[in-house]
Design a protein around this ligand. Structure first.
Ligand SMILES: Nc1ncnc2c1ncn2[C@@H]1O[C@H](COP(=O)(O)OP(=O)(O)OP(=O)(O)O)[C@@H](O)[C@H]1O
Ligand SMILES: [Mg+2]
Length: 439
Protein backbone atom coordinates (compact mmCIF):
# COMPACT_ATOMS: atom_id res chain seq x y z
CA UNK A 1 0.00 0.00 0.00
CA UNK A 2 1.22 3.47 -0.82
CA UNK A 3 1.63 5.57 2.33
CA UNK A 4 -1.20 8.06 2.90
CA UNK A 5 -0.33 11.71 3.36
CA UNK A 6 -2.79 14.45 4.26
CA UNK A 7 -1.83 18.00 3.21
CA UNK A 8 -3.59 20.94 4.87
CA UNK A 9 -2.75 24.26 3.26
CA UNK A 10 -4.82 27.32 2.37
CA UNK A 11 -2.63 28.55 -0.48
CA UNK A 12 -4.24 26.66 -3.34
CA UNK A 13 -1.27 26.88 -5.70
CA UNK A 14 1.18 25.56 -3.15
CA UNK A 15 -1.27 22.84 -2.17
CA UNK A 16 -1.49 21.68 -5.78
CA UNK A 17 2.27 21.66 -6.25
CA UNK A 18 2.97 19.67 -3.09
CA UNK A 19 0.24 17.22 -4.00
CA UNK A 20 1.85 16.65 -7.41
CA UNK A 21 5.30 16.22 -5.94
CA UNK A 22 4.08 13.68 -3.41
CA UNK A 23 2.00 11.74 -5.92
CA UNK A 24 4.93 11.65 -8.33
CA UNK A 25 6.92 10.14 -5.52
CA UNK A 26 4.56 7.32 -4.81
CA UNK A 27 2.31 8.64 -2.07
CA UNK A 28 -1.47 8.68 -1.82
CA UNK A 29 -2.58 12.20 -1.10
CA UNK A 30 -5.69 13.92 0.20
CA UNK A 31 -5.93 17.63 0.75
CA UNK A 32 -7.80 20.08 2.94
CA UNK A 33 -7.80 23.85 2.92
CA UNK A 34 -8.02 24.67 6.61
CA UNK A 35 -7.68 23.05 10.02
CA UNK A 36 -11.35 22.12 10.35
CA UNK A 37 -11.47 20.35 6.98
CA UNK A 38 -8.16 18.79 7.94
CA UNK A 39 -9.67 17.30 11.10
CA UNK A 40 -12.58 15.88 9.13
CA UNK A 41 -10.35 14.22 6.54
CA UNK A 42 -7.94 12.98 9.25
CA UNK A 43 -10.84 11.27 11.10
CA UNK A 44 -12.26 9.58 8.04
CA UNK A 45 -9.21 8.76 5.97
CA UNK A 46 -6.59 7.95 8.65
CA UNK A 47 -3.42 9.31 6.99
CA UNK A 48 0.01 8.07 8.09
CA UNK A 49 1.64 11.50 8.00
CA UNK A 50 0.06 14.94 8.10
CA UNK A 51 1.61 18.00 6.49
CA UNK A 52 0.07 21.26 7.61
CA UNK A 53 0.43 24.98 7.16
CA UNK A 54 0.68 26.92 10.40
CA UNK A 55 -1.46 29.96 9.68
CA UNK A 56 -4.92 29.23 8.29
CA UNK A 57 -8.37 30.57 8.96
CA UNK A 58 -10.58 29.81 10.78
CA UNK A 59 -8.58 26.94 12.28
CA UNK A 60 -4.78 26.89 12.00
CA UNK A 61 -1.99 24.32 12.23
CA UNK A 62 -1.64 24.52 16.03
CA UNK A 63 -5.28 23.52 16.53
CA UNK A 64 -4.83 20.66 14.10
CA UNK A 65 -1.70 19.58 15.94
CA UNK A 66 -3.52 19.55 19.27
CA UNK A 67 -6.34 17.52 17.75
CA UNK A 68 -3.76 15.06 16.44
CA UNK A 69 -1.90 14.75 19.76
CA UNK A 70 -5.17 13.90 21.51
CA UNK A 71 -6.73 11.60 18.96
CA UNK A 72 -3.89 10.13 16.91
CA UNK A 73 -0.74 10.56 19.01
CA UNK A 74 1.30 8.17 16.81
CA UNK A 75 0.78 10.11 13.61
CA UNK A 76 3.61 12.54 12.85
CA UNK A 77 2.65 16.05 11.78
CA UNK A 78 5.06 18.23 9.80
CA UNK A 79 4.46 21.96 9.79
CA UNK A 80 5.04 24.31 6.89
CA UNK A 81 5.90 27.77 8.13
CA UNK A 82 6.42 31.12 6.52
CA UNK A 83 9.94 32.38 6.89
CA UNK A 84 10.65 33.89 10.27
CA UNK A 85 7.96 32.11 12.27
CA UNK A 86 10.50 29.79 13.86
CA UNK A 87 9.26 30.81 17.30
CA UNK A 88 5.76 29.57 16.67
CA UNK A 89 7.14 26.53 14.90
CA UNK A 90 9.27 25.59 17.86
CA UNK A 91 6.34 25.97 20.24
CA UNK A 92 4.67 23.53 17.87
CA UNK A 93 7.65 21.18 18.16
CA UNK A 94 7.26 21.24 21.91
CA UNK A 95 3.57 20.43 21.50
CA UNK A 96 4.67 17.39 19.55
CA UNK A 97 5.03 18.34 15.89
CA UNK A 98 7.52 16.04 14.15
CA UNK A 99 9.39 18.78 12.29
CA UNK A 100 8.87 22.04 10.50
CA UNK A 101 9.90 23.21 7.06
CA UNK A 102 10.12 26.81 5.99
CA UNK A 103 8.49 28.04 2.83
CA UNK A 104 9.36 28.08 0.01
CA UNK A 105 9.45 24.36 0.56
CA UNK A 106 12.48 22.55 -0.82
CA UNK A 107 11.03 19.45 -2.46
CA UNK A 108 13.92 17.14 -1.68
CA UNK A 109 13.94 18.20 1.93
CA UNK A 110 10.18 17.70 2.10
CA UNK A 111 10.50 14.15 0.73
CA UNK A 112 13.33 13.33 3.14
CA UNK A 113 11.37 14.66 6.11
CA UNK A 114 8.28 12.67 5.13
CA UNK A 115 10.40 9.54 4.95
CA UNK A 116 11.80 10.16 8.38
CA UNK A 117 8.30 10.79 9.67
CA UNK A 118 7.08 7.50 8.17
CA UNK A 119 10.02 5.71 9.75
CA UNK A 120 8.94 6.77 13.26
CA UNK A 121 5.20 6.51 12.62
CA UNK A 122 3.58 4.37 15.23
CA UNK A 123 6.69 3.59 17.24
CA UNK A 124 9.19 5.20 19.53
CA UNK A 125 11.84 6.50 17.20
CA UNK A 126 14.79 4.11 17.28
CA UNK A 127 17.11 6.09 15.12
CA UNK A 128 20.10 3.96 15.98
CA UNK A 129 18.31 1.07 14.30
CA UNK A 130 17.67 3.27 11.28
CA UNK A 131 21.38 3.67 10.73
CA UNK A 132 22.07 0.84 8.34
CA UNK A 133 25.52 -0.73 7.98
CA UNK A 134 27.47 -3.28 9.96
CA UNK A 135 30.97 -2.43 8.78
CA UNK A 136 33.55 -1.79 11.47
CA UNK A 137 33.39 1.93 10.62
CA UNK A 138 29.64 2.04 11.18
CA UNK A 139 29.91 0.10 14.45
CA UNK A 140 32.40 2.72 15.57
CA UNK A 141 29.88 5.46 14.63
CA UNK A 142 27.21 3.72 16.72
CA UNK A 143 29.54 3.42 19.71
CA UNK A 144 30.48 7.09 19.39
CA UNK A 145 26.84 8.10 19.20
CA UNK A 146 26.03 6.24 22.42
CA UNK A 147 29.08 7.66 24.16
CA UNK A 148 28.55 11.25 22.99
CA UNK A 149 24.87 11.07 23.93
CA UNK A 150 25.73 10.23 27.51
CA UNK A 151 27.21 13.65 28.36
CA UNK A 152 26.32 17.27 27.70
CA UNK A 153 29.50 17.95 25.70
CA UNK A 154 29.24 19.65 22.34
CA UNK A 155 29.69 17.37 19.36
CA UNK A 156 30.97 18.38 15.95
CA UNK A 157 29.76 16.03 13.23
CA UNK A 158 31.88 16.06 10.11
CA UNK A 159 31.75 14.20 6.84
CA UNK A 160 31.10 14.69 3.17
CA UNK A 161 27.66 15.57 1.88
CA UNK A 162 25.16 12.72 2.16
CA UNK A 163 27.12 10.65 4.70
CA UNK A 164 24.35 10.83 7.32
CA UNK A 165 25.34 13.75 9.55
CA UNK A 166 21.79 14.81 10.25
CA UNK A 167 20.49 11.31 10.87
CA UNK A 168 23.43 10.89 13.31
CA UNK A 169 22.56 14.15 15.08
CA UNK A 170 18.99 12.96 15.58
CA UNK A 171 20.30 9.62 16.84
CA UNK A 172 22.49 11.36 19.44
CA UNK A 173 19.46 13.32 20.58
CA UNK A 174 17.32 10.19 20.80
CA UNK A 175 19.97 8.32 22.74
CA UNK A 176 20.47 11.18 25.22
CA UNK A 177 18.58 11.93 28.40
CA UNK A 178 17.36 15.11 26.70
CA UNK A 179 15.21 13.13 24.27
CA UNK A 180 11.97 14.35 25.81
CA UNK A 181 13.03 17.95 25.35
CA UNK A 182 13.06 19.84 22.04
CA UNK A 183 15.39 19.15 19.10
CA UNK A 184 15.88 22.46 17.33
CA UNK A 185 17.70 22.61 14.03
CA UNK A 186 19.12 25.80 12.58
CA UNK A 187 20.61 25.64 9.10
CA UNK A 188 23.25 28.36 9.13
CA UNK A 189 23.58 28.26 5.35
CA UNK A 190 19.87 28.74 4.66
CA UNK A 191 19.19 31.85 6.72
CA UNK A 192 19.97 35.29 5.32
CA UNK A 193 23.08 36.76 6.96
CA UNK A 194 21.33 39.63 8.67
CA UNK A 195 18.69 37.39 10.24
CA UNK A 196 20.92 34.72 11.75
CA UNK A 197 21.67 36.58 14.95
CA UNK A 198 18.00 37.06 15.71
CA UNK A 199 17.23 33.49 14.66
CA UNK A 200 19.80 32.16 17.15
CA UNK A 201 19.49 34.57 20.04
CA UNK A 202 16.12 36.25 19.56
CA UNK A 203 15.36 39.96 19.89
CA UNK A 204 13.39 42.47 21.85
CA UNK A 205 10.55 44.38 20.22
CA UNK A 206 11.96 47.55 18.61
CA UNK A 207 15.59 46.35 18.78
CA UNK A 208 15.96 47.09 15.06
CA UNK A 209 13.74 48.19 12.19
CA UNK A 210 11.26 45.44 11.54
CA UNK A 211 11.46 43.92 15.04
CA UNK A 212 7.74 44.36 15.63
CA UNK A 213 7.52 42.05 18.61
CA UNK A 214 9.74 40.12 21.02
CA UNK A 215 11.07 36.95 19.54
CA UNK A 216 12.64 33.94 21.17
CA UNK A 217 15.67 32.61 19.39
CA UNK A 218 16.69 29.02 18.78
CA UNK A 219 18.83 28.89 21.94
CA UNK A 220 15.88 29.60 24.20
CA UNK A 221 13.61 27.36 22.17
CA UNK A 222 16.06 24.50 22.58
CA UNK A 223 16.29 24.94 26.35
CA UNK A 224 16.45 21.51 28.06
CA UNK A 225 16.97 19.87 24.71
CA UNK A 226 19.40 19.82 21.84
CA UNK A 227 20.36 22.62 19.44
CA UNK A 228 21.59 21.32 16.09
CA UNK A 229 23.60 23.92 14.17
CA UNK A 230 23.72 22.53 10.65
CA UNK A 231 26.24 23.82 8.09
CA UNK A 232 28.13 25.58 10.89
CA UNK A 233 30.99 26.39 8.49
CA UNK A 234 28.67 28.96 6.90
CA UNK A 235 28.19 30.95 10.08
CA UNK A 236 29.38 34.52 9.35
CA UNK A 237 32.62 35.28 11.16
CA UNK A 238 31.22 38.39 12.84
CA UNK A 239 28.64 36.27 14.67
CA UNK A 240 31.15 33.75 15.90
CA UNK A 241 32.20 35.63 19.09
CA UNK A 242 28.58 35.83 20.23
CA UNK A 243 28.07 32.13 19.58
CA UNK A 244 31.28 31.34 21.42
CA UNK A 245 30.09 33.32 24.41
CA UNK A 246 26.74 31.52 24.38
CA UNK A 247 28.39 28.11 24.18
CA UNK A 248 30.92 28.87 26.92
CA UNK A 249 28.66 30.62 29.37
CA UNK A 250 25.43 28.77 28.57
CA UNK A 251 23.68 32.11 28.68
CA UNK A 252 22.43 34.27 25.83
CA UNK A 253 21.39 37.89 25.44
CA UNK A 254 18.66 38.57 22.87
CA UNK A 255 19.32 41.57 20.59
CA UNK A 256 18.19 44.73 22.37
CA UNK A 257 18.01 43.07 25.83
CA UNK A 258 20.37 43.98 28.61
CA UNK A 259 20.00 40.87 30.76
CA UNK A 260 21.48 37.50 29.92
CA UNK A 261 19.20 34.45 30.07
CA UNK A 262 20.59 31.07 31.20
CA UNK A 263 19.90 28.04 29.01
CA UNK A 264 20.48 24.34 29.51
CA UNK A 265 21.52 23.04 26.18
CA UNK A 266 23.55 20.41 24.35
CA UNK A 267 25.00 21.67 21.10
CA UNK A 268 25.52 19.50 18.05
CA UNK A 269 26.95 21.08 14.94
CA UNK A 270 27.63 19.66 11.51
CA UNK A 271 29.55 20.66 8.45
CA UNK A 272 30.98 19.18 5.28
CA UNK A 273 33.60 21.90 5.12
CA UNK A 274 37.10 21.44 6.46
CA UNK A 275 36.88 23.65 9.54
CA UNK A 276 40.49 23.09 10.50
CA UNK A 277 41.71 24.57 7.22
CA UNK A 278 39.20 27.38 7.63
CA UNK A 279 40.70 28.07 11.06
CA UNK A 280 44.18 28.17 9.54
CA UNK A 281 42.95 30.62 6.90
CA UNK A 282 41.22 32.80 9.50
CA UNK A 283 37.78 31.97 8.03
CA UNK A 284 36.60 30.36 11.25
CA UNK A 285 37.56 31.31 14.82
CA UNK A 286 39.89 28.83 16.46
CA UNK A 287 38.37 29.28 19.94
CA UNK A 288 34.86 28.55 18.64
CA UNK A 289 36.13 25.56 16.69
CA UNK A 290 37.64 24.03 19.84
CA UNK A 291 34.46 24.70 21.83
CA UNK A 292 32.14 23.08 19.31
CA UNK A 293 34.59 20.28 18.75
CA UNK A 294 34.77 18.96 22.31
CA UNK A 295 34.26 15.61 20.66
CA UNK A 296 34.07 14.88 16.96
CA UNK A 297 31.88 12.35 15.20
CA UNK A 298 33.36 11.57 11.81
CA UNK A 299 30.86 10.17 9.34
CA UNK A 300 32.81 7.96 6.94
CA UNK A 301 32.47 8.40 3.19
CA UNK A 302 30.58 5.53 1.59
CA UNK A 303 33.57 4.57 -0.57
CA UNK A 304 35.54 4.00 2.65
CA UNK A 305 33.09 1.39 3.93
CA UNK A 306 32.31 -0.62 0.80
CA UNK A 307 31.14 -3.48 3.00
CA UNK A 308 27.98 -1.44 3.74
CA UNK A 309 27.06 -0.69 0.14
CA UNK A 310 25.27 -3.99 -0.49
CA UNK A 311 23.35 -3.83 2.75
CA UNK A 312 22.29 -0.25 2.15
CA UNK A 313 21.31 -1.00 -1.44
CA UNK A 314 19.10 -3.91 -0.33
CA UNK A 315 17.60 -1.79 2.45
CA UNK A 316 16.69 0.97 -0.01
CA UNK A 317 15.35 -1.52 -2.59
CA UNK A 318 12.99 -2.94 0.03
CA UNK A 319 11.97 0.48 1.20
CA UNK A 320 11.20 1.85 -2.26
CA UNK A 321 9.52 -1.29 -3.57
CA UNK A 322 7.18 -1.13 -0.58
CA UNK A 323 6.63 2.53 -1.21
CA UNK A 324 5.84 2.05 -4.89
CA UNK A 325 3.75 -1.01 -4.21
CA UNK A 326 5.98 -3.42 -6.13
CA UNK A 327 7.21 -6.91 -5.29
CA UNK A 328 10.70 -6.70 -3.75
CA UNK A 329 13.25 -6.59 -6.57
CA UNK A 330 16.54 -8.48 -6.60
CA UNK A 331 19.84 -6.96 -7.62
CA UNK A 332 21.87 -8.84 -10.25
CA UNK A 333 25.36 -9.92 -9.13
CA UNK A 334 27.29 -7.87 -11.68
CA UNK A 335 25.12 -4.86 -10.86
CA UNK A 336 25.90 -5.20 -7.17
CA UNK A 337 29.57 -5.33 -8.10
CA UNK A 338 29.19 -2.09 -10.05
CA UNK A 339 27.53 -0.46 -7.05
CA UNK A 340 30.26 -1.71 -4.74
CA UNK A 341 33.09 -0.33 -6.84
CA UNK A 342 31.61 3.06 -7.75
CA UNK A 343 33.20 5.87 -5.68
CA UNK A 344 29.87 7.50 -4.58
CA UNK A 345 30.79 11.19 -4.44
CA UNK A 346 27.27 11.92 -3.12
CA UNK A 347 27.55 9.09 -0.57
CA UNK A 348 24.47 7.44 0.95
CA UNK A 349 22.08 10.07 -0.40
CA UNK A 350 23.31 9.35 -3.94
CA UNK A 351 22.97 5.60 -3.48
CA UNK A 352 19.49 6.05 -2.12
CA UNK A 353 18.41 8.27 -5.04
CA UNK A 354 19.81 5.84 -7.56
CA UNK A 355 18.07 2.86 -6.02
CA UNK A 356 14.85 4.82 -5.93
CA UNK A 357 15.10 5.54 -9.67
CA UNK A 358 15.93 1.90 -10.34
CA UNK A 359 12.95 0.73 -8.29
CA UNK A 360 10.69 3.01 -10.32
CA UNK A 361 12.05 2.16 -13.75
CA UNK A 362 12.86 -1.54 -13.44
CA UNK A 363 10.23 -3.70 -15.14
CA UNK A 364 11.72 -7.12 -14.47
CA UNK A 365 12.22 -8.97 -11.20
CA UNK A 366 15.88 -8.05 -11.03
CA UNK A 367 17.63 -4.72 -11.13
CA UNK A 368 20.35 -4.85 -13.75
CA UNK A 369 22.93 -2.38 -14.92
CA UNK A 370 20.36 -1.08 -17.44
CA UNK A 371 18.44 0.47 -14.56
CA UNK A 372 21.47 2.42 -13.39
CA UNK A 373 22.46 5.80 -14.80
CA UNK A 374 25.43 5.94 -17.13
CA UNK A 375 27.48 7.94 -14.65
CA UNK A 376 27.67 4.76 -12.63
CA UNK A 377 27.95 2.06 -15.25
CA UNK A 378 30.46 3.87 -17.47
CA UNK A 379 33.97 4.32 -16.22
CA UNK A 380 34.99 7.93 -16.80
CA UNK A 381 37.41 8.29 -19.67
CA UNK A 382 38.76 11.63 -20.76
CA UNK A 383 39.52 11.92 -24.48
CA UNK A 384 43.11 12.83 -25.31
CA UNK A 385 43.45 16.54 -25.99
CA UNK A 386 44.18 16.33 -29.72
CA UNK A 387 40.74 14.80 -30.32
CA UNK A 388 38.83 17.51 -28.61
CA UNK A 389 38.37 19.58 -31.77
CA UNK A 390 35.78 17.07 -32.89
CA UNK A 391 33.77 17.44 -29.72
CA UNK A 392 30.69 19.58 -29.61
CA UNK A 393 31.31 22.68 -27.56
CA UNK A 394 27.93 24.22 -28.23
CA UNK A 395 26.30 24.76 -24.82
CA UNK A 396 22.78 24.63 -26.19
CA UNK A 397 23.40 21.31 -27.94
CA UNK A 398 25.06 19.87 -24.86
CA UNK A 399 22.24 21.07 -22.68
CA UNK A 400 19.59 19.53 -24.92
CA UNK A 401 21.46 16.23 -24.98
CA UNK A 402 21.70 16.26 -21.21
CA UNK A 403 18.01 17.06 -20.86
CA UNK A 404 17.03 14.28 -23.26
CA UNK A 405 19.13 11.62 -21.59
CA UNK A 406 17.91 12.59 -18.12
CA UNK A 407 14.30 12.61 -19.32
CA UNK A 408 14.67 9.21 -20.91
CA UNK A 409 16.32 7.73 -17.86
CA UNK A 410 13.50 9.07 -15.71
CA UNK A 411 10.84 8.03 -18.22
CA UNK A 412 9.78 11.62 -18.65
CA UNK A 413 8.85 12.03 -15.01
CA UNK A 414 9.56 15.69 -14.51
CA UNK A 415 10.22 15.79 -10.81
CA UNK A 416 12.64 12.87 -11.02
CA UNK A 417 14.36 14.45 -14.00
CA UNK A 418 14.69 17.78 -12.24
CA UNK A 419 16.10 16.09 -9.18
CA UNK A 420 18.55 14.11 -11.25
CA UNK A 421 19.76 17.28 -12.93
CA UNK A 422 19.88 19.11 -9.62
CA UNK A 423 17.48 21.84 -10.77
CA UNK A 424 13.96 22.79 -9.73
CA UNK A 425 10.91 21.60 -11.64
CA UNK A 426 10.20 25.10 -12.85
CA UNK A 427 13.78 25.45 -14.10
CA UNK A 428 13.31 22.18 -15.96
CA UNK A 429 10.01 23.29 -17.47
CA UNK A 430 11.60 26.56 -18.56
CA UNK A 431 14.33 24.66 -20.40
CA UNK A 432 11.90 22.22 -22.03
CA UNK A 433 9.90 25.17 -23.31
CA UNK A 434 13.03 26.99 -24.44
CA UNK A 435 14.14 24.08 -26.60
CA UNK A 436 10.64 22.98 -27.53
CA UNK A 437 11.26 19.50 -26.09
CA UNK A 438 8.15 17.37 -25.83
CA UNK A 439 7.58 13.70 -25.25
N1 LIG B 1 23.40 4.74 7.77
C1 LIG B 1 22.31 5.09 7.09
N2 LIG B 1 21.31 4.21 6.95
C2 LIG B 1 20.20 4.54 6.25
N3 LIG B 1 20.00 5.72 5.67
C3 LIG B 1 20.95 6.65 5.78
C4 LIG B 1 22.16 6.39 6.51
N4 LIG B 1 22.94 7.48 6.45
C5 LIG B 1 22.26 8.39 5.72
N5 LIG B 1 21.07 7.90 5.33
C6 LIG B 1 20.09 8.59 4.49
O1 LIG B 1 20.80 9.33 3.51
C7 LIG B 1 20.25 10.63 3.33
C8 LIG B 1 21.28 11.69 3.63
O2 LIG B 1 21.58 11.70 5.03
P1 LIG B 1 21.78 13.05 5.84
O3 LIG B 1 20.78 14.09 5.43
O4 LIG B 1 21.84 12.72 7.28
O5 LIG B 1 23.23 13.48 5.27
P2 LIG B 1 24.12 14.76 5.57
O6 LIG B 1 25.47 14.23 5.91
O7 LIG B 1 23.45 15.63 6.57
O8 LIG B 1 24.18 15.45 4.14
P3 LIG B 1 24.44 17.01 3.77
O9 LIG B 1 25.85 17.31 4.13
O10 LIG B 1 24.21 17.05 2.30
O11 LIG B 1 23.45 17.81 4.56
C9 LIG B 1 19.03 10.70 4.24
O12 LIG B 1 17.90 10.36 3.49
C10 LIG B 1 19.31 9.65 5.29
O13 LIG B 1 18.13 9.14 5.82
MG1 LIG C 1 22.68 17.62 6.37
Amino acid sequence: MKPKILIVEDEKRLLRIIKLVLEDNGYQVKTAEDGQQGIDVWRQWRPEVVLSDLKMKPLGGMALLKFGRLNFPDIPLILLTAFGSIEMAVTAMKTGAFDFLSKPVDHNLLLETIEQALAVNGKEPQLLDNLIGSSAKMEQVRNDIRLFASTDSSVLITGESGTGKEIAARAIFQASNRKNGPFVKVNCAAIPRDLIESELFGHKKGAFTGALQDRKGAFIQADKGVLFLDEIGDLPIELQPKLLHAVEEKTITPIGESCAVPVSIKILSATNLDLETMVNNAKFRADLFYRLNTVCLKMPALRDKPADIGQLALFFVKKFCRKFDKPILKIADNTMETLETYPWPGNIRELKNIIERAAITCEQETITRDSLPETITKKKSYPPLEHTQDQVFDMAVQEQNLLMSALEQCRWNQSNTAEKLGITRSALRYRLKKYGIQK
